[in-house]
Design a protein. Sequence first.
Length: 249
Amino acid sequence: MKKYINLVFLSIILFTSCSEDNDQEINKVDVTLKFTHHWAGTSVTSEDFNEFKFTTENGESVSIERLRYLVSNIILDADSKDYQLINIGEDSGFEIEFNEVTIGTKSLKFTFGFTDEDNIDGVYQDLNSVSFNVPGMMGGGYHFMQFDGKYKDLNNADASFNYHVIRAVDMSDSDNLVFEDTAFEIDLGNIEITNNATIEIKMDISEWFKNPNTWNLNELNTVLMPNFDAQKLMNANGKTVFSLGDVSQ
């Protein structure tokens, strides 16, 4: 009889253990972050490049030739990814996957660019290979964004712009560079995860030119990397660029 009771007790333990394991498996899901891009509500893809399709807040007609940017410290509650280069022109880097995420309420945050702690010159070989570096004379490290295109100038002629975002550097004394960390965190709030999910992160490209600083491409168009004040303006405008889109699950 005692032997029978022990067997029953052991069976209960094994059954409970298996049930708990199954529950843990059921409670883990896959989550994909999907970056999409638009200009004030109009979808933007690589197919829209090299055409004067867009107008800035200041009234300049623009075409996009290249747009790629870096996000880092991508945090979905307890799960994280180091960094990702998103390249609209090459249709790459749009999705970031998190596997075996426990269901529940998750906070979603990421950093635009690299913070000073992570912006270490030359250490990211994949970024080195695609020329995303910042020249050593500007302190090295990496771009946060390379946004190139054309705009119609005051004479309605095609002119180039290079809206390149980096860590702000004051180069007035070449022997004593002064830096300001212009990476910034985007907090998209809390999201309830109940199943496998795709979370859309929307980038409104037009915001780079309008909020809070109305950008005048006739004044600020090229050679912006060594322009300390321009980099701080970009930092301010970038904080309204990203927003949470659809969550499908």
